[in-house]
Design a protein around this ligand. Structure first.
Ligand code: SF4
Length: 436
C-alpha cells in the first residue's frame, strides 16, 4: 500500500476536492497519512485565486522534494486550480514535480500515479460532464460536512480566474446529493454545508436550488443546513421563501458584494447594482430574523476612483456586515481584467484603501458582537479550542449565525448546547454554558 499525504490550499471547494481525492486514492489501495515525512506520494492541492499562493506552493513543493533524500521513489504532484492555471510554465518553474493535474482529472489520478515517468506528467482536461458522482469523499473528523453540489462557474466576473481553471458550471444530480446527505446524517453529522461557486444557480432538470434545499431539509437527523457562496443576482422569490420556511437553514449568509460603486460593479461584470444588492439585503433581513451577513470586498480594482471607493465604504457602513473578507486587487493572468483593463490604482493607494475598509469593518463587527453580550445562543460544539487561554482549556463551537463561540466547560463534539455570552471581540464570542 503506497502512502499519500495531501496538503490543501485555498477555499472550501479545494478542501472538499482533497476529500474527494483521498477517497479516489483509498479506493485504489492507497493509505492516507497526516504528515509528509513518511509519504511515498505527496499531493499539493492548490489555489490560483491569489498570486502569493502560487509562490508559496512552488516554494513548499521545492522544500518537500528534499524528502527524496530518504524516500528516493517519492512522487510529488501539484493538483487543482493553480495546476490548471500555470500548466505550461509549471514543469519549468518546478522541475522537481512529477505530476500536474487539473480539478476535472482526479478519477485518473491512480492511473497517472502508476505511470509517473521521467518527465512531468500533465493532465489538464476540463470536462463539462465531470461531477464526481458516486464518490463519497473521506471527510476530516468534524461536526460539519461539506457537500459539493455544483462545480465550475459561468459568470466570468472580469477579475476572476475560477471559470478558466474550474471550467463551466455543472450541477450534481439532486438524487446523488440527497444520497450523500443521508449517508452523512447516518454517520452522525448534524450540520451540512452545500458548496458551489455560485451555489444558488444550482439546477438539475426541474429542481432548482430552492427545491434542493427543501428536499435536503427533509433528511432525518439534519439539524443545521448552510450553503456557500450564493451569488446576489441568483436569488429568486422561491429561494427566499425556502430560506424563511426551512427550519434547518441557518440565519448566516455569505453574500459577496465586491464594490459599492455601480461603475465598478459594471467593470467587474458582477450582474447587479448597489441598489439591487441593498434591496436584496433588506428583503433577506425582513424575511430571516437574526440574519448574520458576511461578504467579500476588493479594494483598488481597475479604474476605482476615490469616489468609487467612498461608495464602497458608504455601503459597508450602511449594510453593517457581521464580517468581511477584504483584499487588494491583483490581476490574474488570463482574466478579462488582465487582458483588457488597466491595473491603474497605485499599490500604495490600494493598501491605504484596504486598511480603511478593514478599519471600518472591524469596528462594525465589534459593535455587532457587543450586542450579543448578555444573550444566550445555541452552539453546535466542535471540540477543544486551538488557541488555549493560558492554563485554561477551552472549547468552541458555532452559533446558528456561524459565529465562533468559546467557553470553558468540556462538552463532547457534536452536542448542541446553550451558551450565555459574557464578552465579545470582533471575531469571537466568549461565554459559559447556560444553566439547563
Ligand atoms: S461568480 Fe464571479 S467571482 Fe464567483 S467564481 Fe464565478 S466568476 Fe468568480
Amino acid at each position: 500500500m503506497r502512502s499519500v499525504y495531501i496538503e490543501t490550499y485555498g477555499c472550501q471547494m479545494n478542501v472538499a476536492d482533497s476529500e474527494l481525492v483521498a477517497s479516489i486514492l483509498r479506493q485504489a489501495g492507497y493509505r492516507i497519512i497526516p504528515t509528509p515525512e513518511e509519504a511515498e506520494v505527496i499531493l499539493l492541492n492548490t489555489c490560483a485565486v491569489r498570486e502569493h499562493a502560487e509562490e508559496r506552493v512552488i516554494g513548499r513543493a521545492s522544500q518537500l522534494s528534499g524528502l527524496r533524500a530518504h524516500t528516493p521513489k517519492l512522487t510529488l504532484g501539484i493538483l487543482g486550480c493553480m495546476a490548471q492555471h500555470l500548466a505550461e510554465t509549471l514543469p519549468q518553474r518546478a522541475p522537481f514535480v512529477d505530476l500536474v493535474m487539473g480539478p476535472d482529472s482526479y478519477r485518473r489520478l491512480p492511473q497517472l500515479l502508476a505511470e509517473t515517468a521521467e518527465e512531468t506528467l500533465l493532465d489538464l482536461r476540463l470536462d463539462r460532464e465531470e461531477d464526481y458522482q458516486g464518490i463519497d469523499p473521506i471527510r476530516r473528523q468534524g461536526v460539519n460536512a461539506w457537500v459539493t453540489i455544483m462545480r465550475g462557474c459561468d459568470r466570468f466576473c472580469t477579475f476572476c480566474i475560477v471559470p478558466f481553471v474550474r471550467g463551466r458550471e455543472r450541477s450534481v444530480p439532486a438524487g446523488e446529493i440527497l444520497r450523500q446527505v443521508r449517508v452523512l446524517t447516518a454517520e452522525g453529522y448534524r450540520e451540512v454545508t452545500l458548496l458551489g461557486q455560485t451555489v444558488n444557480s444550482y439546477r438539475d432538470g426541474q429542481v432548482d436550488f430552492a427545491g434542493l434545499l427543501r428536499a435536503v431539509g427533509q433528511v432525518d437527523g439534519l439539524k443545521r443546513l448552510r450553503f456557500t457562496s450564493p451569488h446576489p443576482a441568483d436569488f429568486t422569490p422561491q429561494l427566499i421563501d425556502a430560506l424563511a420556511e426551512i427550519p434547518q437553514v441557518c440565519p448566516g449568509l455569505h453574500l459577496p458584494l465586491q464594490s459599492g460603486s455601480d461603475a465598478q460593479l459594471e467593470r467587474m461584470r458582477r450582474g447587479y447594482t448597489a441598489a439591487q444588492y441593498r434591496a436584496l439585503v433588506a428583503e433577506l433581513r425582513q424575511r430571516l430574523p437574526g440574519l448574520a451577513l458576511t461578504t467579500d470586498i476588493i479594494a483598488g480594482f481597475c479604474g476605482e476612483s476615490e469616489e468609487d471607493f467612498q461608495q464602497t465604504l458608504d455601503l459597508v457602513g450602511e449594510i453593517r456586515f457581521d464580517s468581511a473578507f477584504m483584499f487588494k486587487y491583483s490581476p490574474r493572468e488570463g482574466t478579462f481584467a488582465h487582458k483588457k483593463l488597466e491595473d491603474d490604482v497605485p499599490e500604495a493607494t490600494k493598501t491605504q484603501r484596504l486598511e480603511r475598509v478593514i478599519a471600518l469593518q472591524e469596528g462594525i463587527s465589534w459593535e455587532i458582537n457587543q450586542q450579543l453580550v448578555g444573550q444566550t445562543v445555541e452552539v453546535l460544539v466542535e471540540g477543544p479550542s486551538k488557541r488555549q487561554n493560558g492554563q485554561t482549556r477551552t472549547f468552541y463551537g458555532r452559533s446558528p449565525q456561524g459565529k465562533t463561540v468559546v467557553f470553558s466547560q468540556e462538552v463532547v463534539a457534536n452536542a448542541l448546547v446553550q451558551v450565555h455570552i459574557e464578552r465579545a471581540s470582533s471575531h469571537t464570542l466568549f461565554g459559559e454554558l447556560a444553566e439547563p
